[in-house]
Design a protein around this ligand. Structure first.
Ligand SMILES: C[S@@+](CC[C@H](N)C(=O)[O-])C[C@H]1O[C@@H](n2cnc3c(N)ncnc32)[C@H](O)[C@@H]1O
Length: 284
């Protein structure tokens, strides 16, 4: 069990939130209206909420990065502004907020995601937070393309699971650079392919691993070169994992055997190198 604070903990890889003022009937009623959760799973009071992905696995990779780049023991009085791009229902925003709070920092979370259903899931989940924490969260139903409208600069920007869906990934990095405070950090997580030797992007002709909407899949070197060319400092590669690690709930997703070549597990059904997920960080 990992306890972040009372009524907010991870147990058996499930994010457990508790608010005694919300009754079971109200939870069930809300859950019927909300679509399947992609990020989770959660336990809300005594009710289990399943999800497509086991999101805890990504957190296991993310937490050591936060510990390695931030001096969390140096207490800061100033507000620590964090932006979560493509926050989905807020799973990682909740964890990151309580991670910094545990170390007596003063976090303020801004979540952006243009998808209506994720906004409603977030609103529902955030009711389980105490009022004093809830007021430190803001969710905007916008894409990163409109982030300048918020007129804010950030100490930390999370860009996880976004990069390969963009058809203008250079603009994405330029935008992030422009809204980071000096000495602020980006933490980037993206699909990568294990093609070494040169900085390269794989462009799938149609689908990749059975998925649509994937444009550019970099190798590790390509991410590093791009960040450096766009004036980020201290570019670091942190970790790489096989993408299907967190696909625990295969009842909701295509199984490995449906997207990996049966004859050679190094390739997808489309004939491309199999996907990995890699974490990077960089400083402005
Ligand atoms: C693959 S999910 C990643 C979710 C989460 N960040 C994670 O790492 O698990 C991509 C998310 O980005 C959101 N999204 C799509 N287009 C976006 C855009 N232009 N700006 C910000 N978020 C976007 C989607 O709605 C979705 O919630």
């Amino acid at each position: 069990m990992i306890e972040f604070q009372e009524n907010f903990l991870i147990q058996n890889e499930i994010l457990c939130l508790r608010n005694s003022e919300i009754d079971e009937l109200s939870i069930q009623t809300h859950l019927k209206r909300l679509k399947l959760f992609r990020k989770g799973p959660y336990k809300l009071n005594e009710i289990f909420v399943p999800s497509q992905w086991n999101s805890y696995i990504k957190w296991k990779y993310l937490e050591p990065i936060l510990l390695s780049i931030f001096d969390i023991f140096a207490q800061k009085k100033d507000t620590f502004w964090i932006l979560d791009i493509g926050s989905n229902n807020g799973y990682y925003s909740f964890l990151i907020y309580y991670f910094f709070k545990k170390y007596q920092q003063n976090p303020r979370m801004i979540l952006i995601d243009p998808v209506e259903e994720f906004y409603h899931q977030f609103l529902f989940l955030s009711q389980f937070l105490p009022e004093e924490d809830r007021k430190n969260f803001e969710f905007h139903k916008i894409g990163w393309e409109n982030i300048h409208n918020l007129n804010q600069k950030y100490d930390l920007i999370l860009c996880m699971g976004i990069f390969y869906h963009q058809y203008n990934p250079i603009d994405l990095f330029k935008t992030i650079h422009s809204i980071l405070k000096t000495k602020g950090y980006i933490i980037l997580e993206t699909i990568t392919v294990q093609l070494e030797s040169y900085p390269l992007f794989l462009i799938p002709e149609k689908k990749y691993s059975g998925a649509k909407g994937i444009w550019f899949i970099p190798n590790k070197m390509a991410v590093e070169v791009l960040l450096k060319r766009l004036n980020f400092q201290e570019v670091r590669f942190h970790s790489e994992r096989f993408i299907f690690e967190e696909m625990k709930n295969l009842e909701y997703l295509p199984g490995l055997e449906q997207v990996i070549d049966k004859k050679d597990k190094h390739f997808t059904i489309e004939g491309y190198p199999v996907p990995y997920r890699s974490f990077f960080s960089a400083k402005k």
